[in-house]
Design a protein around this ligand. Structure first.
Ligand code: ATP
Length: 252
């Protein structure tokens, strides 16, 4: 069943057509890749899906619900969470608090209860601590819970960013170049983590990636963008062998 439907999506920046007539359907539980040369429009698609940019035209629906015109926070509540190309953690906060920020979508107490630290506040805080710890355990980060996020090695910061995104309980997880800056061993581990997240959380995942080993290793389907338009789309193996795709990448 389709979870995300994108139809005729487009945006212009001045005279530049950054994304043009994009159609893309992602099914529930799918691991889907969005690839293409530098400047092809991939991150712009993420910014459109998450409400950072409003499309010039087109339709975006998640589980049948329209997302166009909604604010980023509303879209997150509707079920889309993301990570960034350049990791964006709260570096001076603890590993645990980074995950708890993601949990605030679902755990609520009112302002007075919070300020006065009433029993209701303590109860919610305890539940949040427990839930955050569960998530950290999944990523083998529980022993780092009290450490500052800035002090984690790079690979673990990536995992923490994914844990924080999952804390918002999304239906669709967007990963923007998760393997950027990783060595082959770290990338190998990341591939296992992404597959594990899909299985454990029954998650649907759309990822942007330049590492073709990762894409061919874990994505079932891909869309290739080139100069904002779809160059090829379909089963990963077929698309990556398409001569037009090879040419776009090698620039011949
Ligand atoms: N806010 C903006 N204003 C003007 N131009 C923009 C804006 N955002 C993106 N662009 C332009 O849109 C085009 C697509 O950029 P985008 O960052 O989406 O590409 P990308 O495929 O993610 O590239 P990379 O792989 O290098 O991250 C580029 O030419 C970029 O300069």
């Amino acid at each position: 069943m389709a979870l995300l439907e994108v139809r005729n999506l487009g945006i212009s920046f001045g005279g530049l057509r950054a994304v043009d007539s994009l159609d893309m359907t992602i099914d529930q539980g799918q691991l889907y890749g969005l690839i293409g040369p530098n400047g092809a429009g991939k991150t712009t698609v993420f910014n459109l899906l998450t409400g950072v940019y409003r499309p010039t035209e087109g339709i975006i629906t998640l589980d049948g619900q329209n997302l166009v015109g909604k604010k980023t926070v509303e879209i997150n509540k509707a079920g889309i969470a993301r990570t960034f190309q350049n990791i964006r953690l709260f570096k001076n906060m603890s590993v645990m608090d980074n995950v708890k920020i993601g949990l605030h979508n679902h755990f609520k107490y009112n302002l007075f209860t919070g300020i006065l630290r009433l029993p209701g506040y303590r109860k919610v805080e305890k539940s949040m601590d427990e839930r955050a710890m569960e998530l950290l355990k999944v990523f083998d980060l529980d022993k780092e819970a009290g450490n500052m996020a800035a002090n984690l090695p790079y690979g673990k910061q990536r995992k923490l960013e994914i844990a924080r995104a999952l804390a918002t309980e999304p239906k669709l997880l967007l990963l923007d170049e998760p393997a950027a800056g990783m060595n082959p061993n770290e990338t190998e581990e990341l591939m296992k983590t992404i597959q594990f997240v899909r299985e454990k959380f029954k998650m649907t995942i759309l990822l942007i990636e330049h590492d073709m080993k990762l894409v061919s290793g874990i994505c079932e389907e891909v869309t290739v963008l080139n100069f904002g338009t779809v160059l090829a789309q379909g089963k990963t193996g077929d698309v990556l062998n398409d001569p037009r795709v090879v040419k776009a990448y090698l620039g011949e």
